[in-house]
Each structure stands twice: as structure tokens, then as C-alpha cells.
Design a protein around this ligand. Sequence first.
Ligand code: PLP
Length: 388
Amino acid sequence: MTRPSGRHFLQIPGPSNVPDTVLRAISMPTIDHRGPEFQELFLHVLEGMAKIFGTRNQVVIYPATGTGAWEAALVNTLSPGDEILCYETGHFSSLWKSMAERWGLKPTTIPGDWRTGADPEKIRAALENDSEHRFKAVCVVHNETSTGVTSRIPEIRRAIDETGHPALFMVDTISSLGSVDYRHDEWRVDVTVSGSQKGLMLPPGLSFTAVSDKALEAHERSTLPKSVWNWSEMLAAGRDGRTPYTPNTNILFGLKESLRILDEEGLENVFARHRRFGKATRTAVDTWGLEVLCTNENEHSPVLTAVVMPDGQDADELRAIILDKFNMSLGAGLSKLAGKVFRIGHLGDLSDLTLAGTLAGVQMGLQLAGVKVDPSGLEAALDVLRDK
Ligand code: PLP
């Protein structure tokens, strides 16, 4: 195999491409995490992350991937045997539910079709049926990365409120934070979890939790064992710009730079750019004559698009061709979608031309794989990108 020239196109829906300035920031010499320089850095990134979450409360930063923050959300607020309500939006919501079971919690799942988001009306009905308030939490994935569907969190909040049910509202924003509009305080979410390797344009290795006052009260009562994830210790140390154990200092250097980049572009502009990328990608897919997995016009993800392969054609073979011929990685179909869909990531540090190149690579790959497509798909996407 000869060396492919140019940069690899990492167009999976996270980890996303890491900007050069962030890579350079990460490459700085590691500093003493108990010294004053670290203290200043940590206080700075805690404040920056609170802004990104849209919260006035102090956030928690873990040296772990998103899965760690999932676990933290459960063990910090719940007690053995607690019942929770989980909405099945796809692979990741199912994993979160399985984790809850392993912790001795009792999840009830609202089944979903993996093509639409969490339905506020179904959540309302489930809570209305729970007059004894057995559900202690409602867990929803904001952007379901396995399907390319973004659930409508404010509408779900409204539905919960209208039932008067006291359950905590927990939301996974691992693949949406920093790319899709999100407001922890305004939408009165109790626990929001996120990760570094998607909208924040960092390597994997940090996760984040925003916590409401109500979640902090639940934390006081919760009896599930907690050690590494313990909010009390994380928050007490964080107030002073410290961590209870060794942080991953260099990724925090990168976080400072990625927060600067997001601030420079302006979050509203970042969100608009992602919406435009989603629209351009869906336009290409529709024009090719293929099907976008998400079927609800109001729930298309600005972060990724999952594309359904025509019957009898294997999405993984297509991805292998594209990797081999064009040095581009696309996301695989996960669990029951394996081989049936491929996912185009359009998040993070991405320009119009990078997306144009991505869609050109997908179109050429489809043609090489023998999938019948209308070649004006790429041109149709360029029309969207041109029309700023
Ligand atoms: N939730 C969502 C929506 C995800 O996309 C992912 C990973 O892609 C996870 C949870 C798991 O997070 P991690 O792989 O960072 O542990």
C-alpha cells in the first residue's frame, strides 16, 4: 500500500477533526497540576464550559470519555432499585439504559423506531401513568449519534412540567454540545452530560457534567456508591481550581484553545454553520436518490447524517471502498443498523470546502460500489453551500 497523500478525512460523527491550534496547545509541556498555573487554567475552563452548557452553576470535568459522565449522572443522584424512564432513540440511549441496569436501577424503556427522536407526548403519557412518582429520572439522548436524530429537549421539558412529575431530567449532549443550540438552565435540565471529542474539537478523554440545584439535592440523598465520580469532591476541589486526582492536563490546554475558537466564531454562528452543513448533506442524499434515516423534518441532526443503503448493498463495503480510494473515514451503522446505514459526520472544525470534499468522496464511493445515484447530488449540495 502506498502512503496516501494529503490529510486523512475524518468524517465520522466524532471524534471530530482537531484544529491545528488545539493540537499545538495540547503539545505544550505538562505542568504541575497542584501549582498556580494549573489553578488559573482550570478555573478558566470551568467558566468557559459553564457558558457552553448555558448554566450559572459550576460544572464538573472528568478525565474520562462520555461513558464516565453517564455513570456519574446515575450514581450521583440515584439509589439502588430506583426506577427511571429511558427513551430508546438508538444505540447510545440503549447503552445508557443497560448501564443503569448494571447499577441495580430499574429502567422502563419507551420503545422507539431509531428514525425519530424522543416523543414528548409519550414521555408525558408515561409520567401521567406514574401517579406514585416511582420514576426518579427521565433519561434522553439529545443528539442520537447512531441515527442522526436530534430530540426536542424544550418540548420534552414542557411535557414533563405539564404532568407536575418531580423526576430529574437527564440529557446526554455528548455529540451535540458546542454544535447544536443547548441551554441547561433555561431548559431546566437537571443533569447534562457531554464529551470532548465532538463539538468541542478535542481528542477523546474529557467529559463534562452540568448539574442543577435540584440534582444537587438529589445527590445529598443518593446512596449508590460513588468514588471517582463523586460530585461533592469534584465540585469542592473545582471551586478552588483543583481536582481531587490527577487531571489530563494537556487536554485541558486544548480545551482552553477550543473554547477560545468557539467564542471567536460565536456560538450562534457555530450552530448556524452546523445546520447549513446538515442541510447541504441531506440535499446531496435526497438528490442522489437515497434515503436519510431520520424521518422527522423537525429532528434532523445538524451534526451527522445517517444514510440508508439500498436493499442488498452493504454500507460497510462502501465505507471500505471510500477509505481505500479516498482516504476518508465515515461512521459505521451501529448494532441493528450495522451494514444498513453509513453516517456522514459534519461537525466540529469543518469548512464548506471540507464538506464539499466529503460529499464528493461519498458520491464517488457510491458510484464505485455500484450504487445507482443521480450525480447531480454533489452540485445540489454546492448550491446550498454557495447560498450563504
Ligand atoms: N452518547 C452519545 C450520544 C455518543 O455519541 C457517545 C459516543 O459516541 C456516547 C454516549 C459514549 O461516549 P464515549 O464513547 O465518549 O464514552
